[in-house]
Design a protein around this ligand. Structure first.
Ligand code: NAP
Ligand code: 8YV
Length: 316
């Protein structure tokens, strides 16, 4: 049986399917990685990881015969695909099975912000309703202008759900898509025209700080930023400054620059709703992602090709 290094936490279901096919090594159980790698590193042909941990450079370097890296998540910015392709390592991820769930999370985050449910829940629970009267009014999602940054698998699922609000849906990507929404070639222009800006691009250098101080300024004092992509896509310092100055209305965030760290300024602000990167985190969706992560490794065992390689590895 080939050896597989498991970098991330895996579920029992994943473990049960992997154990008969691979000799499993768990990174979290290895006390001294260098000593372990000197003895076992050359035997390892597969790794199982996730979108947060990726494959750290020192791990990649210590596995000279690595052939496949299966990641439990769709975003793979934590994996150096260029280095993997150069070494002939096939990288796979879990597209599509989480589209609906991440879109659901996005809408819930958006509605929680607009309708001020964080405040209202505390108001009801604390007895303030009885003591002080009705809670303040909030904003309707109906008829707003929604700007979506990223119109891929998940962006399109978010757009479809937003249609029920009967507003205008704009999007910005590098290339125009075949979708029934208005393409806006310049991000700043879209931010100026939108009430809500939703980020759902991949992370990595190509999207780093795409949402900067200038974009946030265009979104404006009544604007709402929703980030469910990666923390790196938004300039967090500029976001904090805009929220503190009141030049941006509000932010709903599922992702952060240095996860799991969340800056105190974002935690203290009453203009934020914060989630601990739970876009896909339901039992059902994580089971589907876990199955696909394992399918990728098992299919690689069978015919040398994972089922859902990342685009950079599709030709290999
Ligand atoms: P996808 O199908 O590859 O779509 C990505 C979209 O982003 C495409 O429309 C792409 O269009 C656009 N894009 C890429 N680079 C861009 C750039 N520099 N400027 C503007 N647009 C750009 O990916 P997906 O499956 O929808 O997933 C998107 C991302 O969501 C993942 O990579 C991950 O980071 C994030 N995610 C987060 C969670 C969570 O739990 N919060 C869960 C799942 C996924 P162009 O190529 O034409 O630019
Ligand atoms: C996961 C995600 O939380 O799929 C992604 O890109 O961000 C989330 O679904 C993450 O990958 C950890 O596995």
């Amino acid at each position: 049986m080939p050896d597989c290094l498991v970098i991330c936490n895996i579920t029992d279901a994943m473990h049960q399917r992997l154990a008969p096919a691979f000799t499993l090594h768990f990174l979290r159980e290895i006390e001294d990685f260098d000593t372990w790698a000197a003895e076992h590193g050359s035997k390892v042909e597969a790794v199982c990881t996730d979108g947060h941990l990726g494959v750290p450079a020192h791990v990649l370097d210590a596995l000279p015969n690595l052939k496949v890296a299966s990641s439990y998540g769709v975003g793979y910015d934590a994996i150096d695909t260029e280095a993997c392709v150069a070494r002939g390592i096939k990288v796979s991820h879990t597209p599509d099975v989480l589209n609906g769930e991440v879109a659901n999370t996005t809408l819930m985050l958006l509605l929680t912000c607009l309708r001020n449910f964080r405040h209202d829940e505390a108001y009801a629970r604390s007895g303030d309703w009885e003591a002080k009267g009705n809670a303040p009014l909030s904003r309707s999602p109906d008829g707003l202008r929604y700007g979506i940054l990223g119109m891929g698998r998940i962006g399109q699922e978010i757009a479809r759900r937003l249609e029920v609000f009967g507003g205008k849906i704009l999007y910005h990507t590098r290339s125009e898509k075949d979708v029934p929404y208005e393409y806006v070639p310049v991000l700043k222009d879209m931010a100026r025209r939108a009430d809500v800006l939703i980020c759902i691009t991949p992370g990595g250098p190509a999207t780093e700080k795409l949402v900067d101080a200038a974009v946030l300024e265009e979104l404006g004092p009544n604007g709402l930023l929703i980030n469910v992509s990666r923390g790196s896509v938004v300039d967090e310092a500029a976001l904090i400054a805009a929220l503190e100055a009141g030049t941006l209305g509000m932010a709903g965030l599922d992702v952060f620059e240095r996860e799991p760290h969340i800056p105190d300024a974002l935690k203290a602000s009453d203009r934020t709703v914060l989630l601990p990167h739970v876009g896909s985190a339901t039992l059902e969706t994580r089971a589907a992602m876990g199955n696909l992560t394992v399918d990728n490794l098992l299919q690689w065992l069978e015919d040398g090709s994972p089922k859902t390689p990342v685009p950079e590895c599709a030709h290999m």
